[in-house]
Design a protein around this ligand. Structure first.
Ligand code: ZN
Length: 335
């Protein structure tokens, strides 16, 4: 028996404003806490040196890595022209490691995430791993899925510089038929240049434009590192000054405490328009899948909150698709 409120939620698809989700390394770790399909651990910036076995090579080149901060150490190495060879070695190690990673065969956070948003929505990731693309690719036949953006490039993505098309690295441009060029991975140097590369600058342009119209912004496992001033400044440019976003809502999914997160994102948050959770499966995305903006609007603007409609976490793909079916069918009916 469908409760009236759920029936109503399923029917409601009127919101055109996007829900934007920003993913950082914490999201991939949350998706694969015990490692990827083969058990390869998912690194964060503060354990990347040890997970990628970079200690020996850093010792060979007499580099001090006691801070364990990959961003800082890599930046320092880049600034010293004597270390050009080491820079190449490190970059190749990183590329090879992330190219090896693959999602487990069962539904993961990434699958639940792409299936819980619609094609008006956007997921932008800072992660080099292929997870977002894999999840998108293995679910896109089921429903219209959100647009995906790779803000630092991805090991899975390629592009055609001539036609400005993008797709799976081993695919071909649908306009000229040429093989895609691998997207550049943007490494954590202090001054990143997001406009240098056609692929990356186009991803950022899209994100900035979408942020202007967003109704909900979710930040998942992205700690906004102090060294990435340009990323934050581009996001601010898109979102605009916080006081102008008095209707919009921000959700932060992160293991840090709520006051710390509120402080870190204060330039984006208007007054009390934010919520935090340390678990993706408690987030608004999983509470109102494919209807996040409608449910938020009904709750905050119409004072008529929908009942929760949490996604079943442990379903197989087949069971999951059946579960999403009424939501997807209602969307098709409206178009
Ligand atoms: Zn082309």
């Amino acid at each position: 028996m469908i409760m009236p409120s759920l029936e109503q939620e399923i029917k409601e698809t009127h919101m055109g404003a996007p829900h934007i989700v920003i993913l950082g390394a914490g999201a991939s770790l949350a998706a694969c806490p015990k490692g990827d399909k083969e058990g390869n651990p998912l690194p964060l910036m503060n354990n990347l040196i040890s997970i990628l076995n970079l200690k020996k090579i850093l010792n060979d080149y007499k580099i001090d890595y006691s801070s364990n901060n990959f961003e800082e150490i890599y930046s320092n190495i880049c600034e010293d022209y004597k270390h050009a060879e080491l820079v190449t070695i490190i970059e190749n190690r990183v590329k090879n490691y992330f190219a090896r990673l693959s999602l487990p065969n069962y539904p993961t956070i990434y699958d639940h995430l792409v299936l819980s948003l619609r094609n008006k929505d956007v997921i932008a990731t800072f992660n080099w791993d292929p997870f977002l693309y894999t999840a998108w690719r293995r679910n896109f036949k089921i429903a219209s899925l959100p647009h995906i953006l790779h803000l630092h490039g991805s090991i899975a993505m390629g592009y055609c510089p001539k036609d400005r098309m993008k797709g799976y690295l081993y695919g071909r441009c649908s306009k000229c038929g040429e093989r895609y060029v691998p997207s550049q991975l943007l490494f954590p140097i202090k001054k990143k240049n997001y406009t240098d590369n056609v692929f990356i600058s186009s991803e950022w342009e899209t994100l900035k434009n979408c942020l202007k119209h967003a109704y909900i912004l979710t930040i998942f496992g992205y700690s906004a590192p102090a060294s990435d001033i340009e990323a934050i400044s581009l996001m601010k440019e898109g979102w605009g000054p916080a006081p102008n976003r008095s209707l919009e809502e921000i959700e932060i999914i992160d293991i840090k405490s709520s006051p710390i997160l509120a402080e870190a994102w204060k330039d984006f948050i208007c007054s009390h328009h934010y919520r935090t959770t340390n678990n993706f499966y408690n987030s608004y995305i999983t509470q109102h899948p494919r209807r996040t903006c409608e449910a938020m609007w009904s709750s905050l603007m119409m004072c008529d909150p929908y009942n929760d409609n949490y996604i079943p976490k442990n379903f197989t793909f087949e069971e999951l698709y059946k579960w999403y079916d009424p939501l997807i069918k209602a969307e098709i009916k409206k178009t």
